[in-house]
Write a protein that binds this ligand. Structure first.
Ligand code: M6R
Length: 353
């Protein structure tokens, strides 16, 4: 049942801390700073490593590919429906990862089967034990998010981000005690977000907006895409996510008083400073700004609303920032009286190409 929540979606958003603890259980060594996933160890794969997925899982795949590249392994995320094994230089030393909550998405299964026929090794990252992807792939990494009933993927995305971080660390032999501490800190940090009412207030303020824009750079870029997908899926309103740097290459023409811009900006680095520059460009045009941020005064000065996240390193920060966007989408849909767990026209698992 829904354990007292009005919708499965809200219940599943609240299950993220426990889901992530489960995803991490027995897979990290604080002593050595290493991931101890029992998987694919010691093989040198041809590059690029390819990730295939659809929808929300594709956003997780973009996040995973970006992490692999950070850690020195060339990687690409391809939409499963756009994947054609014969257009890639796949060999018997290639690795193709299928990211799929259900393990039953037709496009993703087709891509994985094609990759296998081309000789590649396949790894399924899935939530469902015994699913087609789990059975057919050469290797499987379970994300252990627990059953997800709501059509909108929430806790599975967070667990995919965490599982992909571990897989990327494993493949690149990235060792860091800080990373492990940071992964361990995510559940409590998400709980802090869940304990605030900021997202609900923002949703009440902007429930009648014409359109919602989401911007983020680097690891926050897939989160911006995911924030927009969640918003359109359950509110039926227009929303778009952009890489923050792309704003002035076109989308800036669309912004106005009726189009709040949600800006993901955390940390102190150059990337954050550039996003602040993007926020200023938008703010100067009278556009409402909602900043998802970890407390920088110069961000809060330009923002009409702040959705706080604890001060964390970039990976954890992206996982936690996304939770604020899940909550905004949920509360806007709730304000509008939408059928949140079963949005019109959509199915939980898309078994046709
Ligand atoms: O089960 P999968 O992860 O393969 O599903 C892929 C997409 O259909 C799925 O993520 C979809 O985009 C969600 N409904 C979004 O909330």
């Amino acid at each position: 049942g829904k354990s007292g929540y009005d919708h499965y979606m809200l219940k599943e958003i609240h299950e993220q801390p426990s889901g992530i603890r489960e995803c991490l259980r027995g897979r990290l060594s604080e002593l050595t700073g290493r991931v101890t996933l029992d998987l694919l160890e010691g093989t040198d794969w041809d590059e690029p490593v390819t990730l295939v997925a659809c929808g929300t899982s594709y956003h997780a795949a973009l996040f995973g590919a970006a992490l692999l590249r950070r850690w020195g392994i060339n990687a690409q995320a391809i939409l499963a429906s756009q994947f054609h094994a014969d257009q890639l230089p796949l060999t018997s030393s290639s690795l193709v990862l299928g990211v799929t909550q259900s393990g039953e998405t037709a496009d993703t299964l087709r891509a994985l089967r094609e990759a296998q026929r081309a000789g590649a090794t396949t790894l399924a990252l899935t939530n469902v034990v015994g699913s087609s992807a789990a059975r057919e792939c050469d290797h499987v990494c379970y994300i252990r998010a627990g059953p997800e009933i709501s059509v909108a993927a929430t806790k599975s995305f967070a667990s995919q981000q965490v599982a992909l971080t571990m897989v990327a660390a494993l493949l690149s032999d990235h060792r860091s005690r800080e990373l492990i501490e940071s992964l361990r800190s995510i559940p409590d940090a998400i709980q802090q977000v869940l304990d605030t009412t900021q997202a609900r207030t923002v949703a009440e303020t902007y429930r009648d907006a014409e359109s919602y824009f989401f911007i983020g750079r680097d690891l926050h870029y897939p989160v911006a895409l995911e924030g927009a997908l969640k918003m359109k899926e359950i509110t039926y309103k227009h929303a778009e996510g952009f890489a923050a740097g792309e704003l002035k290459h076109g989308p800036l023409a669309l912004v106005g008083e009726q189009t709040p811009v949600f800006a993901l900006v955390t940390g102190e680095g150059r990337a954050a400073n550039k996003t602040i520059g993007n926020i200023k460009e938008v703010e100067a045009r009278g556009v409402p700004i909602v900043a998802i941020t970890d407390g920088r005064a110069d961000v809060e000065r330009y923002a009409d609303h702040v959705l706080s996240v604890p001060d964390l390193e970039p990976i954890a920060s992206s996982v936690v920032a996304n939770v604020q966007l899940q909550l905004v989408a949920y509360w806007v849909a709730n304000e509008l009286g939408r059928s949140i767990d079963k949005p019109r026209h959509l199915a939980k698992s898309v078994t046709v190409e």
